[in-house]
Design a protein. Structure first.
Length: 314
């Protein structure tokens, strides 16, 4: 009986020690929370960075919080979100300016330079021997070709898709529409969602039909379709920067150093988004594809030791 009691005490002490050690190890883990905004590219960037810090560094794990742009930015200000991998400054300039000025948001620089926004048309429509609108050189020329873009609900006018209901970009499309006097010849179409807007473009393109409207890059659609941005519709070049909360330099200095060097191009983003769409990959699968196939890009962000550990984990 005494031997049995001694054995039980040893087992209990061992279990307690394991639990205590596990608790201490858990306490030593730093969680980095990424803002999972609704579009694909930012979600892929979040998981590229998550894979790097979880496999290339010691003591880090990644967490993701879903939300729209403003809630994620407010989350950074309040300390609930650590990293926004795609800020798109130009859409809410006052919000970003206020957060950066107060010190609640730290801007680590561009993820990608000059992400284009504007009104696009299929290249086959304006270039080549069979182009139906070879004289369409800018937004100012659209009234001449209104009949090509007939609005199915009002056949007396053409249809230009201005953007998505509730998106801040729609204000700029409305300005372009009015400044070019398109009210007499075109209706301004407003899609209910980004997916619906993309669907109108893809549907027309698949049939070889005319289409004109707002879109942006990087996106899977512009990675797959050969579209031309109309002069006169260019939005101010978007600042797609990486933002972090004010506690990050002290909380995760190693992560900050990688984020400062993190840099991609619009073409690279279009490429992985097109691959994601074609293969029906998740954001995690797309991130792994990028890490496996773009080692010449991401290895510049990290030390040789971190790169080696990440490669080994792939």
């Amino acid at each position: 009986m005494k031997k049995t009691l001694v054995c039980l005490m040893i087992i209990l002490l061992s279990v307690t020690a394991v639990v205590t050690a596990a608790g201490q190890q858990e306490e030593g883990i730093t969680t980095i929370t990424f803002g999972d905004v609704s579009w694909d590219s930012v979600q892929v960037h979040n998981r590229i960075m998550a894979f790097i810090i979880e496999n290339g560094l010691d003591g880090y794990e990644a967490n993701f919080i879903a939300g729209d742009t403003l809630p994620i930015i407010n989350g950074i200000v309040q300390g609930d979100v650590d990293v926004d991998m795609e800020s798109w400054h130009s859409n809410f300039p006052e919000v970003y300016a206020e957060g950066i000025a107060s010190g609640d948001i730290i801007d680590l620089g561009a993820n990608m330079p000059d992400a284009p926004q504007g009104w696009w048309v299929p290249r086959y429509l304006v270039e080549g021997p069979d182009a139906q609108a070879s004289g369409l050189k800018s937004v100012a020329d659209l009234p001449k070709y209104a009949e090509l873009f007939t609005d199915p609900e009002d056949r007396s006018k053409g249809l230009v898709y201005g953007g998505v209901a509730g998106w801040s970009q729609l204000i700029i499309s409305e300005e372009i529409y009015k400044e070019n006097g398109l009210e007499e010849t075109f209706n301004l179409g407003i899609a209910g969602s980004g997916a619906a807007l993309a669907g109108t473009m893809v549907g027309a393109y698949t049939k070889g039909e005319p289409w004109v409207g707002y879109y942006w890059a990087p996106t899977a659609v512009l990675g797959k379709l050969d579209m031309v941005r109309l002069p006169g519709s260019e939005y101010e070049a978007a600042k797609v920067n990486i933002l972090v909360g004010k506690t990050m330099p002290e909380k995760a200095p190693e992560v900050i150093e990688i984020l400062k060097k993190y840099s991609t191009t619009v073409d690279q983003n279009n490429e992985f988004l097109a691959a994601m769409s074609e293969n029906n990959w998740s954001s995690e699968e797309t991130a792994r594809w990028f890490l496996e196939n773009k080692q010449d890009v991401w290895t510049k962000w990290v030390s040789a030791d971190i790169a080696s550990r990440v490669k080994a984990a792939l």
